[in-house]
Structure formats: C-alpha cells, structure tokens
Design a protein around this ligand. Structure first.
Ligand SMILES: [Fe+2]
Length: 428
C-alpha cells in the first residue's frame, strides 16, 4: 500500500476511534511525517531522534523503558529545511545503559505514526559485548540499478540486532545533495534507522558543499568532518578522506587524530578507524597516498581495523604494519584468526548499494588478487553486494561479510587479544 495512503487511513482510523489517547486527534489530516525518525548521537546516557515533517507545529517524543508504564516526554526543536520541510530533533537524556526503550512521535496530543519504535540505550563503558555493522557506497538511485533497498531489507532481516552502524561514505549519489537523501537513502531504511543509530563519514560523492547538505542531514560529534565516539570497549574514529582521498584539512585532522588516539578512555580494547577512501588496494581503485600516510599512526597507536568504501566490491587485506608491509607470519594463517596482531587489517566494503559492473558503474570488474601490484596483500575478495557485521565479545572481535541478498557468510575473520588489562599502548 502506498505509504501516504496508509498514513491517511491511519489518521482517519484514529479520528474515528480515539484509540491511542483519551483526547481525540484534532483532525483527520494525513500524517505530516515526510521522513521516518532516525537515531543519532547514541552517546553515554543520551540519544538524539530526528525526523522530518510537513508542518512546524510543536512535536515531541514519548518514550519509556520497556516493561514500565509511565511515558517520558522530550520536546522537539524544529528548523526549516532547504526542501521546505521541518526538521524535528528531540534529545533523550538519562537513559539506563543497555536497556531497551520504546518511543512514539506525538503532535497535538495524537500520535504522528502508527509505529512504536524500540532502541537499545548505549551500553556502559564496562560492557564489552555488542554487534555493529559497517558498509559504504549505499544511496545509488534504483533508477540507475542501485540497490539501497537490498541493504535496507538485509539489515531488517539480520539475525543480529546491531547496536549501531558505521557508513563509510558515498552515502547518497550522485553528489550527496539533500534533495536526494529521501529517495536514494532514507526511504529504503524506513523503520530500521528508527531503531539503530548510524555514524556516516563523507565520501567523494558526498563532498558537495557538505555544510549545506551532509551536515544538515546528520548530527554527528565534534566537527562532523572527523570525530570519535566510544561504545563499550571499542573506540570508533571516523575520518574525512576528502573529495580526492588526500584527507580534508590534512594538518589539523592528523593532529586531531593523534590527540584522539592518545586520549582513548581506559578500558578500550579495540580501536576502529573508518573513512571513505582506501589506502593500499587490489581493487580497481588506485592506492591513496593520503590514507597510506596514516598507516604509521595506525600502527604506533594500535589501531585494529581500518574500514573503507570507495571501491564497489568487498576486499579484506592481510595484516599490515605501519610501512604498509604485509605481516609475513600471518600469510599462512588459513583460519583467519589473529592473536595479538601487531599491525592492523584494512577492509573495503563499498558494496552497499552500488556494484562495479552494474547500472551506472558498468565497467567490468574481475578481481584477481594474483595480478595485484602488491603480492600477498589480499586475504579475501568477493565481488557482490555485501556488508560487514562485527561482533565484539570482550577481547575477541569477529567480522563477517554477508551477501546482501542471501545473507550468506562470504568471509569471516577473528581478532583475539590475550595481553594484559589494557590492550593498547598510548603513544604521545
Ligand atoms: Fe567513492
């Protein structure tokens, strides 16, 4: 059923029954919601809910811990968007760690949607068990044979309830404009992003006046170009590799990166960097010197994983050191289980909604790691739609690449730390 027709019928039903609230809704007008709620900034004991509306009337979120009776109200701030809608933003505070909450959107003393959404509050800093997903290059229009709908469906059907997702750039094609966000991205994740917060970084296709587009679609930490956040025992760092892979505002960003790595919270077991462009690669994309220049920093500070998009395929590299050299002892590890790795693993997962050789990216691609300019670099390569699911269990981190249509596991690897209390060395 057409979504707007459904919402209109829902409003009519409410007006007829008054079933959700003692006060009947003011009118039987169609729901003004033009973008379903999506979660941002799930940090410490708070979380931000954003949505878009056709009107600017006062609205609110009503939420409660699952299993409890009383609703708490969080009023929304509003601002006009460039597309003539209203962005609504409500911040929920004082959440209990790792607890499941439910919420509804309300306006004029009536629910705005038939849905009651759920989310899991951020876990405590001492909690070390959760799942997250990672993928890039998503919002290619359906008209040009992009598949954001497949990714949206896969995430909704996943056996795992992901606590959060990271999006490695090229969120919306062709050039990251606000006017394309709903059709090319949000609509395909409707309902899912209402339950799972995501953290995007800028890709080259998003690099179109980001202050006027990307930053008006998302609410992110720090300066939104580059930022970090903590979730349990994992420190996440999102970087802006710029329009050309040369790293936005290079000097300042790199200094910030070093400072951030030097001040990770105690209890950090894992450090994961995500950005759009690849460093070394055996895909059809060139190596990016700007990203490779960060490798010594990654090694010196004990970064574990570097996740990127850009190439529309899936490729996991063998562990490397700061010089970008493959760590030879691990080449023969056919189990893909790595204990106390001294280097880092770099993975391309730019297979979220655009695939090399399909639609608007028609150039044929036949990955052949043996012909790569970097011998022994590739541990696994799969040319299909895929996303990464990652499972954190204390000092064990397992990654699985899922085929987006079938959810078949294409690739699996595990990192294990057996060291002392604190796995990372803080290097000034
Ligand atoms: Fe890209």
């Amino acid at each position: 059923m057409n979504r707007h027709l459904f919402l209109s019928l829902f409003a009519l039903l409410l007006s007829a029954t008054g079933c959700s609230d003692p006060t009947p809704p003011a009118s039987a007008a169609p729901s003004p919601i033009t973008r379903y709620p999506y979660l941002q900034m799930a940090l410490h004991d708070s979380l931000t809910i954003l949505w878009r509306s056709a009107n600017a009337n006062p609205a609110e979120v009503r939420f409660r811990k699952q299993g409890t009776e009383a609703w708490v109200t969080a009023a929304a701030n509003t601002r006009p968007t460039s597309g003539g809608q209203t962005e609504c933003e409500a911040v929920l505070y004082h959440l209990s760690p790792a607890q499941y909450y439910e919420y509804q959107l309300w306006q004029n003393n009536a629910p705005l949607l038939p849905d009651t959404f759920t989310f899991r509050a951020p876990i405590a800093p001492t909690d070390t068990s959760f799942h997250f997903f990672a993928v890039g290059d998503i919002g290619e229009p359906l008209e040009t044979e992009g598949t954001p709908n497949l990714l949206g469906k896969a995430l909704k059907q996943s056996a795992h309830r992901y606590d959060l997702g990271i999006l490695m750039g090229d969120i919306v094609y062709p050039d990251g404009q606000s006017k394309d966000y709903d059709a090319n991205f949000f609509r395909h994740f409707e309902g899912y992003l209402s339950t799972t917060p995501v953290y995007p970084v800028l890709g080259n296709h998003d690099w179109h006046e980001p202050e006027q587009h990307f930053m008006r679609e998302w609410k992110l930490p720090h300066n939104e170009h580059y930022y970090s956040f903590q979730h349990g025992n994992v420190h996440f760092i999102g970087l802006d590799s710029g329009k050309g892979g040369d790293m936005y505002d290079y000097e300042n960003q790199i200094q910030w990166l070093k400072d951030d790595l030097s001040h990770r919270p105690a209890g950090t077991d894992w450090t994961i960097v995500f950005l759009h462009h690849n460093g070394k690669s055996c895909t059809y994309k060139s190596d990016e010197a700007g990203v490779i220049s960060l490798y010594p920093i990654f090694e010196a500070h004990g970064v574990d994983l570097v996740l990127n998009g850009h190439a529309h395929t899936y490729e996991r590299l063998n562990p490397m050191n700061g010089a970008g050299e493959v760590l030879q002892p691990y080449l023969q590890d056919s189990t893909s289980t790595y204990h106390d790795l001294p280097g880092f693993i770099s993975i391309t997962a730019g297979s979220g909604g655009k695939l090399r050789g399909v639609g608007s990216d028609p150039k044929a691609y036949h990955p052949n790691p043996d012909s790569c300019a970097h011998p022994n670099l590739v541990a696994a390569a799969h040319h299909t739609w895929a996303y990464l699911g990652l499972e954190v269990d204390g000092k064990r981190l397992t990654g699985r690449a899922y085929q987006t249509e079938t959810l078949e596991v294409l690739d699996e690897f595990t990192l294990v730390k057996t060291g002392g209390e604190r796995a990372i060395d803080l290097v000034q």
